[in-house]
Design a protein around this ligand. Structure first.
Ligand code: ADP
Length: 485
């Protein structure tokens, strides 16, 4: 099959979280299974800053955006088995961030991502890439299935093209005022409840949910959750209507990228059999964060976007308790300004117990995943949650809330039977988290049980092979069964 991925993020080019990680590994896996794979991304400033040399290809593309016509360029890069194409538009994508600053989203995200999507569809034609499947990801690509079933419906070039849409996080919807409708170039007829209209706004995400031939999300539990009012973010009815075409496929990780035996970015290597190196990683991490270097102090870590979803509102209040217990916590993340401020205050108050890193740094992330004892994911909701998988691979024990993909990844450790790979709690209160941390620390103090627990985690198989095959089955299904609008 000719498979085209369209996404706003991909490791190693540009990422803010799990979406970028998935694009960094799934297309490779699909290519390994014998398919021809290309990926389309926006050409952000940071991509050339990182030193990737992109080749311009073909002529410029003219894209109508409302009453104006914008010009986009196409660039390409051969990346292993993959061909990556970048949509260039300096005014829209030559910026420091992908979607906005800590103060809020860029106000022209409707124009930026409409341009990206229309230029991508046009680029496919220009480059003569006739996809069997266009695999779209999140709201930034939600209009592509709409375009293919409206503006391009009669176009023989896309006659056999089917679409699959993956929801990485339903809470990010790309909702814009009705004025954005003409920007998209779609008819006002699409602006109705059964299609793109969502509480008076035009929703790019809803476009993807309604118009794609099949839908997936990144874990089986989240696929069920999003059909309920508690998790559906207002789209539960739309999803329940598409229940028969909605599938949960858990994300994987690339075991060669997360390999403590050979990883170069960590101070010492280790294996499930020989954990000596992990002790050195902890020591170095304590030093790097100006914490007391002491192997006996339980060292907790949190890595993630500093936003409401990630449970910071239940984590922040217990920093005080952690200090009293003489535990240590390292936080790495960026996000909402209010969290930056609150965490800085806590760090000033407890410098010996809180290491704070408000930045995005994937190398530091690896040092933390390798050096910490425990990894906290107290999320309010979590579509998949890659952090705990990385932590497990690098011998760090996860503490997770029982929601979404975390349920598929982490099972409570039973010191008697020796089964399980972490600790799980269900309530969403600081005290639920704190009690679970205490439970974990009591196991931590029993060296034999703790070593068993670390080993259980390190040997878990989170590789992509099984999930990639499930995607192929869905591509084939989409070829047979397409949605009629
Ligand atoms: P989400 O997709 O909601 O952001 P995931 O846990 O699935 O959450 O994926 C987050 C990914 O982003 C992980 O690879 C994590 O290590 C990475 N990450 C998040 N914040 C940072 C940061 N500040 N620095 C480095 N990596 C980060």
């Amino acid at each position: 099959m000719d498979v085209v991925f369209v996404s706003s993020e991909m490791v190693p080019f540009a990422t803010t979280g799990g979406l970028g990680d998935v694009l960094g590994s799934l297309p490779k896996e699909i290519a390994k299974l014998g398919h021809r794979v290309s990926v389309f991304l926006p050409k952000y400033k940071r991509i050339t800053k990182k030193g990737f040399t992109l080749e311009p290809v073909g002529e410029k593309i003219h894209v109508p955006l409302g009453s104006e016509v914008e010009t986009a360029s196409i660039f390409s890069l051969k990346f292993g088995e993959l061909k990556i194409f970048f949509i260039g538009h300096n005014e829209y994508f030559d910026r420091d961030e992908l979607y906005g600053t800590p103060m809020g989203d860029y106000p022209d995200n409707d124009r930026r991502f409409t341009l990206f999507q229309r230029a991508t569809v046009e680029a496919l034609k220009r480059l003569k890439i006739k996809p069997d499947i266009v695999h779209c990801h999140d709201w930034q690509t939600g209009l592509i299935p709409v375009y293919l079933k409206t503006l391009y419906q009669g176009d023989p070039f896309f006659k056999k093209t089917k679409t699959l849409f993956t929801i990485h996080n339903l809470a990010y919807q790309g909702n814009f005022p009705p004025d954005s409708m003409p920007v998209t170039g779609l008819s006002w007829d699409e602006f109705r409840f059964e299609r793109l209209e969502f509480y008076g706004k035009v929703s790019f995400l809803k476009g993807g949910l309604v118009y794609s031939d099949a839908l997936t999300t990144v874990s089986e539990r989240y696929a069920e959750e999003i059909q309920t009012p508690g998790f559906g973010c207002g789209l539960e009815a739309v999803l329940a209507r598409r229940k028969g075409d909605l599938f949960g496929i858990v994300n994987g990780i690339d075991p060669s990228e997360w390999d403590p035996e050979h990883e170069k970015e960590i101070p010492a290597n280790f294996t499930a059999k020989d954990l000596e190196g992990k002790k050195l990683c902890k020591q170095a991490l304590q030093k790097e964060n100006h914490l007391k270097v002491d192997p006996k102090i339980p060292l907790f870590a949190f890595i993630g976007r500093l936003v409401d979803q990630k449970g910071l509102d239940i984590l922040a209040p217990i920093v005080e308790d952690m200090a009293k217990e003489n535990w240590q916590l390292i936080i790495l993340g960026t996000g909402a300004e209010e969290y930056h401020k609150a965490l800085r205050v806590l760090q000033k108050r407890h410098p010996e117990h809180l290491g704070l890193n408000i930045t995005f740094d994937d190398k530091m992330a690896k040092r933390i995943y390798a050096g910490a004892d425990l990894f906290l994911t107290p999320s309010r909701y979590e579509p998949c949650g890659l952090g705990p998988m990385f932590a497990l691979r690098l011998g760090t024990v996860p503490i997770v809330r029982e929601t979404g993909g975390l349920v598929d990844t982490v099972q409570e450790f039973n010191p008697k039977s020796g089964h399980g790979n972490g600790f799980v709690f269900s309530g969403y209160e600081s005290r639920d988290l704190l009690e679970t941390m205490r439970r974990a620390v009591s196991v931590y103090q029993n060296q034999k049980a703790w070593t068993k627990l670390i080993r259980n985690g390190m040997i878990c198989d989170f590789s992509w092979a099984k999930s990639a095959r499930r995607y192929i089955m869905l591509y084939e299904r989409a070829e047979r069964k397409s949605v009629k609008i």
